[in-house]
Design a protein around this ligand. Structure first.
Ligand SMILES: [Zn+2]
Length: 298
């Protein structure tokens, strides 16, 4: 989830202090995604704080943040800066090889990005008007296809807004299938079961942070909570779910910029696996090695 940090429990600035999120709270023993909640190891979920700044000055950005999540390399330190939102050639170089997607493909594992992209996205890429962001760039560099409109209709991929409502209201597909949050969460779990490693990217949170829209951000997080409920209900004992972010933003609506806050690593699944998975997780560059080990060892 783009642009979600662990902020203060402050209703004036943090949507997590205002949103009704019963499913999240039941995972965190009544708490929410606040700085003060981490570290947490409960019966169903763990929460650790992850540093997105990685020792580099300036505010963390999406291209480097996502690239570090996918590679485990301290790209911001190697370049000397954080960069985003889309990768420049220097960041893109790190995404040619050595990402989770390319490494899992080479290891014979089944992997995918579960988002469905609309026709106009591919039109933009093909015409050169749109650049891939770090995650789809890593996916395509690994020789994998991005899911398209027909995959969405066939139920092989999920809409970026979870429910599919945006395909009707924003993308010009009045007949697109729309589901509720709960079913979207169940769908996410059933799609994930098909793969050794899959990722779903959600960016409306960063957008809401930049626009400093409390009502919109609360609405998005309440939708996300419904998804979380369906996901937890439909996941099986073999699955480990990680919800994390590339940098903070939405948790502090007093600024339209990104923040330097730690980001959450909210992990749902079997307790011993969660503890092993989060044991050495301190910054963004620790996430990819933890995912790699979990998939390869299990
Ligand atoms: Zn941003």
């Amino acid at each position: 989830m783009d642009g979600i940090g662990l902020g203060e429990n402050n209703q004036g600035i943090n949507p997590f202090a205002n949103a009704e999120m019963p499913n999240l709270k039941s995972l965190l023993d009544g708490k929410s995604l606040f700085k003060e909640t981490a570290p947490f190891h409960g019966d169903h979920a763990s929460l650790v704080a992850v540093d997105p700044n990685v020792g580099v000055d300036g505010l963390p950005q999406s291209a480097t943040g996502q690239a570090m999540l996918l590679t485990g390399v301290n790209i911001s330190a190697e370049l000397g800066y954080h960069y985003g939102p889309k990768p420049n050639p220097a960041v893109a170089e790190f995404l040619k090889d050595g990402t989770l997607f390319s490494r899992f493909v080479k290891a014979g594992k089944k992997t995918a990005l579960l988002n469905a992209y609309p026709p106009r996205y591919f039109d933009g890429i093909d015409s050169g008007k749109r650049l891939y962001s770090s995650i789809p760039l890593a996916v395509t560099n690994a020789g994998l296809n991005l899911f398209r409109h027909e995959d969405f209709l066939a139920g092989r991929a999920l809409s970026a807004d979870f429910t599919g409502a945006g395909w009707r209201t924003m993308l010009g597909f009045p007949d697109a299938p729309v589901t509720d949050e709960h079913q979207a969460g169940r769908k996410l779990a059933s799609l994930a079961k098909e793969y050794d490693f899959s990722l779903f990217e959600y960016w409306a949170s960063d957008y809401a942070g930049h626009h400093q829209e409390m009502d919109k951000a609360v609405e998005l997080m309440e939708t996300f909570d419904g998804v979380l409920g369906g996901l937890v209900e439909a996941m099986d004992d073999e699955m480990l779910v990680l919800i994390t972010s590339d940098h903070g933003n939405m948790e502090d609506l007093s600024t339209r910029r990104h923040t330097d806050a730690d980001v959450p690593a909210l992990v749902i699944g079997e307790k011993i696996a969660r503890e092993e998975f989060t044991r050495d997780m301190k910054s963004l560059i620790d996430v990819a090695p933890a995912i790699w080990n979990m998939v390869i060892e299990n």
